[in-house]
Design a protein around this ligand. Structure first.
Ligand code: AHR
Length: 670
């Protein structure tokens, strides 16, 4: 009886750990990897794996920023865009129930327009706002409405309801503005049903003339329940990456199509109603994906970005205009003698983030509710600029920033491409200037990523550090609307990332780009996270990022096969790190081939490993496979415990897979 029980347990163990039991196999075709833990190559920066945020694809307005009303302040180029009036009136032009007109007063004011609504019919007058491709409404969630109003003539009551496509109410409230002075009115209600494409109806009851402005609706369950805050499900996906930094606000959006359309952070802080709306440069960028209703309300502005970085324990990394508009568009240049306001924006930003509450910009931060400094350490000058005009302007910024804030780390840029004449020129000039960190971008096909896993092996260890600031494998071609977030791309990125990790001595920051895309409002694909008005899903590329960013280690270790690093020979890629805070050895291995491969790992430089480790595998049997709203976890990590005896590990790398093996070793703790 006793014998039978032990036999049963033994069999179970054998089945459970058959693939990964730590017996030296030395079979034919088995790869022999050697890792030496006492021979750390270099430290890994805590900033190694971060996030690139840009308001592209409805990432901010219509996405992370949870405002549900589009064109809430009537400041779009077409002031009534997003606001629908009664159809019968509109088409017959008889205005029988009433009419609404945008009025602009105070030409220079940031929020100069408001809406004047004249109600003529006893039956009332109705305005509808469809939100950003509809409004996502969740049953049981409270929605908080606010608006500015004043009653000019007569008296009207506002009946405000979220309705579905058939006009059924999903929750409603009433507001009764009174008096001729502007006042804020607020009301809340709880949704009775879930709907992806709800609309907000404002019914004006009672004849009269009323002015309204800043019509706003937010779910109450935002990230950290902050009023008028961010979509919690989207921030959660970011937070789950445990990012080392948050780069914001882009991307090309920093530069603008013209200088007038550049991102100006000072216009994005302070009271929300005073933040000056600006066209989103992605509004008109791609004729194949026109987005005429894409504007930046800046409800998500620099204060909120800093706060988000702080929430996630990430270093804030703002990127500023250097006085050159996007060189793919106008390439407009500010003349050198007129560069001061741009440089001052950089200096003032440092004061805004870090300055004392007695300083002018530190006070603005404090008045917004954050007297403590944000401890900003990095600042980026220019996004994707190239050529001598960039270098000229960079020098001015560098000298002004360093003379006032010598400890600030400046990120410069090498242009949009990872090679070619302009890249070489930029790198050479920036090296001459002893640039600290240079931002490189690569949107290339998956083959490029596989072939370039050794890109940084030859970079000068004493030269500038590298920020792999925007990268993503493109399944068809750069900016093609047919690009997919498929497993082929994600796997190639994983292989490439073993090269980033192996070269952490040179590569200090990395981020996939772009980050977000609204399923009905995107301009650019591929993207790390896709969402609609109700939900979001992580792409295979996201899971690759997550496996690296949540297993970053503290030091790079040499991992070799036949004394050579593992960079694509027989389709395999690998890197190893140790974590001296938690006492862990972490090995990342990519099998980019269609057949399983066996690896024996010999760990040298310590006396023992824990007897159990963890193997996480991300894989798919189809390179074209993707995740989707219907199948969000089609490709997602699977985790299992593995038994270990001694210091020799044997692992089966499944076809087309990324495997992360994590083993404890107390001796590694420092
Ligand atoms: O990530 C999309 C765009 O690609 C960025 O805005 C730009 O920097 C790059 O060209």
């Amino acid at each position: 009886m006793k014998y039978k029980r032990w036999y049963g347990i033994g069999l179970l163990l054998l089945l459970g750990y058959a693939n990964t039991i730590a017996q030296p196999s030395r079979g034919k075709g088995t790869h022999q990897y050697v890792i030496n833990v006492s021979d750390a190559v270099s430290e890994i920066q805590p900033t190694m794996y971060g996030i690139f945020f840009e308001d592209i694809n409805f990432a901010a307005d219509g996405g992370l920023y949870a405002e549900m009303i589009k064109n809430r302040s009537f400041e779009f180029a077409d002031p009534l865009m997003g606001w629908e009036q009664p159809k019968s009136d509109r088409f017959s032009m008889n205005e029988s129930s009433g009419f609404a007109s945008a009025i602009k007063q105070g030409k220079e004011a940031s929020n100069a327009r408001f809406l004047r609504v004249t109600v003529k019919a006893d039956t009332g007058y109705t305005l509808t706002n469809p939100g950003f491709r509809g409004m996502g409404v969740h049953e049981g969630v409270r929605y908080d409405l606010s608006l500015m109003a004043r009653q000019q003539e007569g008296s009207s009551k506002l009946r405000i309801a979220l309705v579905d496509s058939l006009g059924k109410s999903l929750g409603e409230t009433t507001v009764t503005p009174s008096g001729k002075e502007w006042k804020e009115y607020t009301a809340s209600f709880t949704a009775t049903d879930t709907e992806m494409k709800a609309r907000l109806q404002i019914q004006f009851e009672g004849k009269g003339v009323m002015d309204i402005d800043m019509v706003s609706l937010f779910p109450a369950n935002t990230w950290k329940n902050r009023p008028k805050g961010m979509r919690a499900d989207l921030v959660q996906l970011l937070d789950d990456l445990d990012p080392g930094f948050l780069r914001f606000p882009g991307g090309c959006i920093v530069e603008g199509r013209t200088l007038a359309q550049r991102y100006q952070w000072k216009k994005t802080v302070g009271d929300i109603e005073d933040r000056e709306l600006l066209i989103n440069r992605w509004n008109t960028e791609f004729s194949h994906r026109p987005t005429p209703d894409y504007f930046q309300s800046f409800g998500l502005g620099f204060f909120e970005y800093f706060q988000l970085a702080e929430d996630m324990g990430a270093e804030p990394l703002p990127i500023l205009s250097c006085g050159i508009a996007c060189q793919f568009n106008t390439g407009e240049l500010v003349p050198m003698p007129e560069l001061d306001p741009y440089v001052n924006d950089a200096l003032d930003l440092i004061e805004f983030a870090n300055g004392s509450t007695d300083s002018p910009w530190g006070k603005v931060r404090a008045d917004m509710g954050h007297p403590e400094p944000f401890n900003m350490k990095y600042i980026g000058i220019g996004n994707e600029q190239w050529g001598p005009e960039y270098i000229k302007r960079y020098k001015v910024f560098e000298s002004a920033i360093k003379s006032r804030y010598p400890e600030m780390i400046i990120v410069s840029g090498s242009g949009p491409f990872p090679d070619g004449e302009m890249f070489e020129y930029g790198m050479q000039e920036l090296k001459k200037l002893d640039a600290e960190i240079i931002d490189e971008h690569y949107y290339r096909n998956p083959e490029w990523f596989l072939e370039n896993a050794d890109r940084y092996d030859s970079y000068d260890r004493n030269g500038p550090k590298i920020f792999a600031g925007e990268y993503a494998a493109q399944s068809v071609a750069i900016a093609s609307p047919d690009n997919k977030n498929n497993w082929n791309c994600a796997l190639a990125e994983a292989a490439f990332m073993t090269g980033l990790e192996r070269n952490a001595e040179v590569v200090h920051l990395t981020s996939y780009a772009p980050l977000f895309a609204h399923a009905d409002g995107w301009q650019w694909t591929p993207d790390l996270i896709w969402f609609n008005n109700l939900e979001a899903y992580a792409t295979p590329n996201y899971y690759v990022q997550k496996l690296f960013s949540t297993n970053p280690g503290t030091h790079v270790l040499p991992l070799t096969e036949n004394d050579e690093p593992v960079i694509g020979a027989k389709g395999l890629y690998a890197s190893a790190v140790k974590d001296v805070e938690n006492g862990q050895l972490i090995i990342k291995m990519v099998n980019a081939t269609a057949t399983a491969q066996t690896v024996d790992l010999s760990v040298e430089g310590l006396s023992r490993l824990d007897r159990e480790g963890k193997l996480t595998v991300l894989k798919s049997n189809g390179l074209e496979q993707v995740n989707s709203f219907e199948s969000p976890e089609n490709i997602s990590p699977e985790e299992k415990n593995i038994k270990i005896s001694g210091k020799q590990l044997n692992v089966q790398l499944e076809p087309y897979s990324l495997s992360v093996l994590k083993v404890g070793a107390k001796e590694l703790i420092q």
